[in-house]
Design a protein around this ligand. Structure first.
Ligand code: 5AD
Ligand code: SF4
Length: 497
């Protein structure tokens, strides 16, 4: 079985790579787009102690081949890792191109209109593939949102399955294998989470784990509560078992995932709080870094901060989306906190004994956002001094409460506000990153540059750092790096003892 992965620095993830980069059987070549490939034993990616244990000898490819393309967030990326694991364990073989596949799956995103449009244009490209006898399936948020309408818009599709129904995928695949032309999984009324015996992990050092699915918040602009269904937390013992397995496989960094990861509510009798789970994960032998994303400000309670303070293996980085700096807009967004309440959370984080990196998400041009309300968002950036920011133009989405509000801000004005916001944040990052020059960080090395002796990796605070080292092999190791220079988007340095 050959898997080809390629790390794309821009998207921060591994992607399947061209056949030309393929090396010997059973290993994976990964690079950073700019680097020489490196090899990782395949058995490390299966989420099982050994590859043969996961996939009985001879099973691979028995049922055909699949091509899986993913769009959207980290949750989607990780869902795809689990779906790929599920298919591999059922005897399918993963291939790199739709041409080579008998089953083409497309894991989709509908958070903004552009993302959803992209799905239909890509499905159009797949149209002729069905006539070649290939089965085409749509997974994820667009599948859930559009449902059976997808069959009308793209009659060449055979499978439509939202993320809340992934646990039914084996059954759905069986129906497809039995010759059914159209199968759907669109139920969101579930208390199940999606657990797989095998996960085909893309990143050889950082393992993702979903601990909570769906969302019970009701932000007025957001499709997620509709596309991913109600909040369901995974049992703490199952999470900890997986973390132990990952540590045995050599993963030292785990990232706990959820749309509102800190709203975690253990369904077992242990009733572990999110902060207790963080500490328990960090206590697993072999785990050196615990990350978590995304936190909702309203559920970011002092005990989470205490856990971070107490346990240095819990990373010094909190992603805390604010969305707007104006209390009036936050209320219209149904974000459940005011500017002042958000700033109290920031003060709590800033009060920690060790510095914590804070990043955020912002939407500009929400219906009715005035110039002065937009300026409140700019002043919030000045006040918080975020380490990094993701920013978006408001996009009206189906089923959401804000759809009924008039999308009053023109596209040009949204673009203008976005550009101003991004300029302001760039200035903040440029000014702040300079202060790191001379500091020393522990870095997990995740890439090797094509340039001689140049490497790349992440600090615990999730800052990317490019650095020089004379060592011959550093990938997957932790090294000490001294910062020698800074740009708005990252740091440069050199390895020190
Ligand atoms: N329009 C623009 N941005 C959105 N987001 C979510 N829904 C929308 C929308 N309708 C952004 C939020 C969220 C991030 C994942 O996407 O900032 O935190
Ligand atoms: Fe969407 Fe709000 Fe839930 Fe985040 S918390 S997924 S923005 S509804």
């Amino acid at each position: 079985m050959l898997l080809r992965l390629h790390f794309t620095a821009k998207r921060g993830k591994f992607e399947r790579q061209s056949a030309a980069r393929q090396s010997k059987a059973g290993v994976i070549n990964c690079d950073l787009g700019m680097s020489k490939p490196f090899d990782i034993g395949l058995d490390r990616l299966t989420g099982q102690t050994s590859y043969s244990e996961a996939f009985p000898i001879g099973a691979a490819g028995q049922r055909g081949t699949f091509f899986l393309e993913t769009f959207g967030c980290q949750m989607n990326d990780h869902d795809s890792e689990k779906v790929a694991g599920l298919l591999l364990s059922r005897g399918y073989q993963q291939v790199e191109t739709p041409e080579a596949a008998s089953l083409i799956l497309y894991n989709t995103c509908s958070i903004r209109e552009k993302a959803a449009q992209k799905v239909f244009s890509r499905l159009g490209e797949y149209r002729e593939k069905q006539s070649e006898g290939k089965v085409i399936g749509v997974l994820g948020c667009v599948a859930q949102q559009e449902g059976e309408d997808i069959f009308k818009r793209a009659p060449w599709v055979s499978l439509v399955c939202g993320s809340a129904s992934y646990s039914k995928l084996p059954e759905m695949l069986a129906r497809l294998e039995a010759g059914n032309q159209r199968v759907t999984g669109l139920d969101t009324d579930t208390d199940e989470t999606f657990e797989t015996p095998v996960t085909r992990r893309d990143n050889p050092w950082r393992a993702y784990l979903t601990i909570i699915e769906g969302c019970d918040k009701a932000c007025s602009y957001c499709v997620v509560p509709f596309t991913r269904g109600p909040e369901r937390s995974r049992a703490s013992d199952s999470i900890l078992k997986e973390v132990r397995q990952l540590a045995e496989l050599g993963y030292s960094e785990v990232q706990l995932l959820g749309q509102t990861v800190n709203s975690y509510a253990d369904p077992t009798a242990r009733r572990m709080r999110f902060s207790e789970l963080l500490l328990a994960v960090a206590d697993v032998a072999g785990i050196r870094r615990v990350r978590f994303t995304t936190s909702h400000p309203s559920d970011f309670t002092p005990d989470i901060m205490e856990a971070i303070e107490r346990q240095p293996r819990i990373c010094d980085h909190v992603h805390l989306p604010v969305q707007s700096g104006s209390t009036r807009v936050l209320r219209a967004m149904q974000r459940t906190y005011s500017r002042e309440e958000y700033l109290e959370k920031i003060a709590m984080i800033r009060g920690a004994k060790r510095p914590i990196s804070i990043t955020t998400d912002i939407i500009v041009g929400f219906p009715g956002e005035t110039e002065s309300e937009f300026e409140e968002t700019l002043s919030l950036l000045d006040e918080v001094q975020y380490d990094s920011m993701f920013s978006f133009k408001y996009s009206p989405r189906p089923n959401t409460p804000s759809l009924s509000m008039s999308d009053s801000i023109s596209e040009e004005e949204k673009s203008r506000r976005l550009a101003i916001l991004q300029d302001r944040q760039r200035e903040i990052q440029a000014a702040n990153n300079v202060h790191f020059v001379g500091d020393k960080f522990e870095v997990l090395v995740s890439g090797k540059s094509r340039r001689e002796n140049q490497w790349t990796g992440y600090t615990g605070s999730h800052r990317m750092i490019n650095f020089a080292s004379q060592e011959r092999e550093l990938l997957g190791t932790y090294v000490q790096v001294q910062v020698t220079g800074a740009t708005p988007n990252g740091l440069v340095g050199e390895q020190v003892a």
